[in-house]
Design a protein around this ligand. Structure first.
Ligand code: NAG
Ligand code: NAG
Ligand code: NAG
Ligand code: NAG
Ligand code: NAG
Length: 951
């Protein structure tokens, strides 16, 4: 499954101490994926099954009544037992089981206990079949008849229902989301990833609907009655239950394959099939690229059955996408591409999510992790290939570069928290929930570690290791040790690896990254007289004293005397606390971690930083853009951790005034925003810091201009989006007036579309500067749009209105409009906060008055909590915090679990104020040193500061 987005970590911390990492959301991300409903303690033994009963073949036959939200089912499970048993235990979470029969391998009935032939436990979601006497090891066939429900709330997952608008008609469909433990809602089964077997699915549906989709192609169609049709699908290959899927609807499939034996379909509601071709083209290219890379053909994975390659766009989908074998589900906005309306960020997203899900066909489906604590294995690979797999298909997207900002920097950001878990976090036995395994570590960190390994092993050896792993474990279960051994095998076949790193054990190297929480910083001291470079490693934490962890760190480096950023083959693996490199003596700056190819930060001695700052100002292009990106991101983290002086940090950053590169700006933009939001309560400091940021945009805006050129490089387009979005928010005059021109042209002639990549800031500026009529105009467009990604842009920007009645309308719609999907509702709430700081009072008023209705209409407790936790970055006024606290405690009981989220919000908000108070003076003085635009006197600033501290 694909998820994205980082949760704010509300730490349990003392007032005025910053604990935990709060990620400033870089503005240009697609709406957050969510990870909810994974909070059951399904790791506790009572949920788990024993491996003495193995499913060998499962047949599922459902009779589906879509309009009544129900089905009846029969499941036939062939099992093999390996012990004498009096019971067989499996999972179920269906409505009611009506009958169970068991036959032995001679087709003779096995006598069940009477009364009490079976028990169900709805808490542990278990079915226990009781035998009259002990049954010996053997093969048995269990047949279970039952009734089930189609969930009407998509966030309940399992087999659930959604809808779409066809003109004024609302049409329904039903689809599945079984990961991680929802297959049992559709049929009793062995619902853990380790139990794999072929499945045969049959679905009976109304004749008025179109053919049903499932993992495999339809084998036969039977007319049961003139109104009822049954489709029976070909048997799947050996597969875990969570990968089964079906979809009952009148959706339309487009055949997007030109090659026999390689079917590929994009499937969606009718009316939007013109948005299929981009995904189809990318999906085919990525499939072909991965076939070759892994040396196992996707279309040959069917164990004798033809594989299909369907990708379905769902209007309602609480996750991002799900890699069901043969039939991947996507949230509609993440699959359908409209040249006129889908912006470049969403386009990249479509490409990468396709690659992510396709990579799972090998990592996850073909070879499955034993248990969720090993999730990093398949999620890491999927996240790795989401960029490099899509890169194979379309180099122009520059996904190799983007990997640094979207994965490496994000992973390091999360790892800066002292409380982060290791990748292979196995506290599963204690008090875990699966959700913890689906966090940043499993995804972006794992992928970054793999990239580090790839650079160490080299492209071919790394690839050979993956090929060994897949071949040796196909249709089975993979453990981390299997991956280590596969890489070891590949390394042992590579003489040059042996020669370059004598005695190195790649399994041990990888394991140090998998088992150790956090990520390291390499501290560098350069003796320019002798040329000796001294290195030490330690875990990087924003706060607290790091434990004595060590990593095996592959070191790459270059220096100002002989610049070479292209050789990414590490010169050594630093395994101890300290290490040395020998440079030529002389006055040369040094840079480690070329192109940010390893998952670590680098902190230099002050003199080396000073030289880097000078080089960057003089000619930044001498230093590779990805190293500039690492430097600008690292420096602000070091500032936050107190590891670099503020003057030096801003000295290093000063070259940004002439920098327009997307990747270089990505990290510092988020970090500068992080600082700025912590100065919000200190008006003078806040104003100065905002002016500083605007001043730093000067060169970028001049170079990027306000208008996209034809065929420009994708990073240029992204950079313009990134910078202008922020500049308009900060009140940049040029940005505002250009945006207003574009907005007004659009308003006076709706045929004159705002360029798709400019909509985020143009719409927002138009609404912010406009009135209710501007809001109504965009709201109407929202309601009639046929492109979901564009709708999300509109939903976001509608919240930029400053018109109170409009904002109240917006918030009301977030609960009640059927055009705002359940997965977008909590986002709508966050958008309302992001739109304008001034809107806070109205949003708080809305929350205070409607929290119970919000909980219900946004999709439950977890959604209300998410909405509440979004407040922490916006509660920057002490009075608002006090008022919030008083509301929170008054409604403690009614708030349920959201109460503790609210307490977290208060402590985070107080920490933010505290950080600002502590840092304001140093930060502002340091920015003054590097910027001429600043005029206010420091005494005025300090006055404003002390007034606030005294409060
Ligand atoms: C099963 O029970 C039979 C009969 O009581 C006994 O002979 C046999 O050893 C048992 N087998 C196992 C695997 O426990
Ligand atoms: C189950 O059936 C398979 C295939 O016929 C057979 O190989 C296996 O030995 C049987 N298992 C037991 C425990 O009898
Ligand atoms: C899809 O179209 C191609 C090319 O026209 C054709 O060869 C193929 O058989 C079609 N596939 C299906 C499933 O209809
Ligand atoms: C990876 O492995 C886990 C555990 O086997 C499995 O549940 C998961 O769905 C697999 N793939 C994905 C998408 O995470
Ligand atoms: C740098 O190296 C020179 C020459 O080996 C040595 O004399 C000097 O002490 C070193 N400086 C530091 C600070 O270690």
């Amino acid at each position: 499954m694909a998820t994205m987005g980082l949760k704010m970590m509300a730490g349990t911390c003392l007032l005025f101490l910053l604990v935990g990492v709060a990620f400033a959301e870089p503005g240009d991300f697609p709406a957050e994926f969510e990870f909810m409903g994974y909070t059951t303690n399904i790791d506790t033994p009572k949920y788990r099954l024993k491996d003495t009963v193995q499913p060998r073949n499962i047949k599922v036959d459902l009779d589906v009544y879509l309009s009544e939200s129900r089905f009846t089912g029969t499941v036939e499970l062939e099992v093999e037992t390996s012990e004498n048993l009096t019971q067989i235990v499996m999972h179920q979470n269906v409505v009611a089981i009506s009958a169970i029969t068991v036959l032995d391998d001679g087709n003779q009935p096995v006598i069940l206990q009477s009364p009490g032939s079976f028990d169900t436990d709805s808490y542990y979601e278990i079915l226990i079949i009781n035998f009259a006497s002990t049954i010996p090891p053997g093969n048995y066939t269990i047949t279970i008849s039952y009734t089930g429900r189609i969930n009407e709330n998509p966030t309940d997952r399992g087999f659930y229902k959604g809808y779409y608008h066809d003109g004024n008609t609302v049409r329904e469909y039903a689809t599945t989301q079984f990961q991680p433990y929802h297959a049992r809602k559709a049929f009793p089964c062995f619902d853990e990833p380790q139990f794999k077997c072929p499945f045969t699915i049959a679905i009976t549906r109304d004749a008025s609907l179109g053919p049903t989709y499932s993992n495999m192609a339809i084998e036969r169609t039977d007319e049961i009655t003139p109104n009822r049709i049954r489709e029976t699908f070909l048997p799947t290959p050996v597969i875990s239950a969570y990968l089964i899927a079906f979809h009952v609807s009148d959706f339309i499939a487009t055949n997007s394959s030109a090659v026999d034996g390689k079917p590929l379909q994009i499937i969606s509601r009718p009316g939007v099939t013109s948005q299929h071709p981009y995904a189809a083209d990318m999906a085919m290219k990525i499939t072909n690229g991965m076939d070759e890379y892994f040396d196992i053909d996707y279309y040959n994975m069917g164990q004798g059955q033809p594989m299909k390659n369907d990708h379905i766009a769902l209007p309602d989908f609480p996750s991002g996408a799900m890699e069901n074998w043969g039939m991947v589900n996507y949230r509609e906005a993440y699959l359908l591409y409209d040249e006129e309306h889908t912006n470049v960020i969403d386009k990249i997203f479509i490409a990468t999510i396709l690659a992510h899900e396709l990579a799972h066909k090998w990592f996850g489906n073909l070879v499955t992790c034993f248990w969720w604590s090993n999730l990093w294995l398949n999620e890491s690979f999927a996240s790795y290939f989401e960029h490099f797999g899509a890169h194979m298909a379309d180099k122009d997207l520059e996904l190799d570069n983007r990997f640094i900002t979207s994965h490496v920097q994000r992973a390091l950001g999360a790892d800066a928290s002292p409380s982060i878990n290791a990748m292979n976090w196995s506290a599963v036995a204690d008090n875990p929930s699966i959700s913890a395994h689906f966090g940043t570590s499993s995804y972006v960190k794992g992928a970054s570690v793999l990239r580090t390994m790839e650079h160490l092993l080299g492209y071919t050896t790394f690839r050979n290791g993956l090929r060994h792993y897949l071949k040796d474990n196909e249709y089975g279960i993979g453990y981390p040790v299997d991956m280590y051994n596969a890489l070891r095998k590949a390394a042992s076949e590579d003489a040059s690896f042996q020669a370059t790193y004598p005695g190195a054990d790649i399994g041990e190297v990888l394991d140090s990254w998998v088992q150790t929480p956090g990520s390291p910083v390499v501290n560098v001291y350069v003796n320019m007289t002798s040329g000796l470079i001294s290195l030490t490693q330690e875990r990087f934490q924003l706060t607290g004293t790091p434990p004595d962890d060590l990593w095996h760190i592959p070191i790459t480096w270059t220096h100002g005397g002989n610049v070479n950023f292209d050789n990414l083959k590490p010169t050594m693996i630093m395994s101890g606390k300290t290490g040395t490199l020998q440079n030529i003596p002389g006055h040369h700056w040094v840079i480690l971690n070329l192109q940010h190819s390893g998952l670590y930060r680098v902190n230099y001695d002050d003199h080396n930083w000073e030289m880097l700052a000078n080089q960057l100002r003089k000619d930044k292009n001498v230093i590779h853009r990805l190293n500039r990106a690492q430097i600008t991101n690292d420096v602000l983290f070091f500032l936050r951790a107190g590891k670099i002086k503020a003057e030096r940090a801003f000295d290093v950053l000063s070259f940004l005034k002439d920098e327009s590169d997307y990747y270089v700006w990505f990290g510092p933009l988020a970090q500068l925003d992080w600082i700025r939001s912590r100065l919000e309560h200190l008006p003078k400091a806040h104003e100065e810091f905002s002016a500083y940021i605007l001043d730093m945009f000067t060169g970028a805006i001049k170079e990027l201009t306000y208008d996209e050129k034809e065929n420009e490089n994708i990073a240029v387009t992204q950079s313009r989006m990134q910078i202008l979005n922020y500049a308009c928010n900060l009140g940049h005059q040029g940005c505002i007036s250009d945006s207003l021109n574009k907005w007004n042209a659009f308003r006076s002639d709706p045929e004159k579309l705002v360029p798709k990549n400019a909509r985020r800031y143009v719409y927002c500026t138009g609404l912010r500067q406009g009135d209710a009529s501007d809001y109504n105009f965009l709201f109407e467009r929202y309601n009639t749009s046929q492109n979901t990604a564009d709708m999300v842009v509109m939903l976001r920007t509608l919240a930029c209105t400053k018109d109170e009645a409009s904002l109240r309308h917006y918030l009301f719609q977030s609960m009640h409009s059927d055009k705002i999907r359940i997965h977008d509702r909590t986002n709508a709430f966050s958008f309302a906060l992001q739109g304008n700081r001034e809107n806070l009072e109205i949003v708080l008023d809305f929350l205070y008055k409607n929290f119970e209705e919000i909980r219900e209409t946004y999709g439950g407790e977890a959604r209300l909590s998410t909405a509440i936790s979004a407040l922490s970055s916006y509660l920057t006024d002490y009075r608002d915090i006090v008022q919030f606290q008083s509301w929170l405690y008054t409604n403690q009981v009614a708030l349920g679990d959201s109460f503790s989220t609210g307490k977290g919000v208060i402590s985070t908000a107080m920490n933010n104020l505290g950080w600002g108070n502590e840092a304001a003076k140093d930060v502002i003085l340091a920015t003054r040193g590097s910027s001429a635009a600043i005029t206010a006197s420091i005494s005025l600033l300090l006055l404003a500061l002390s007034a606030h501290i005294l409060k």
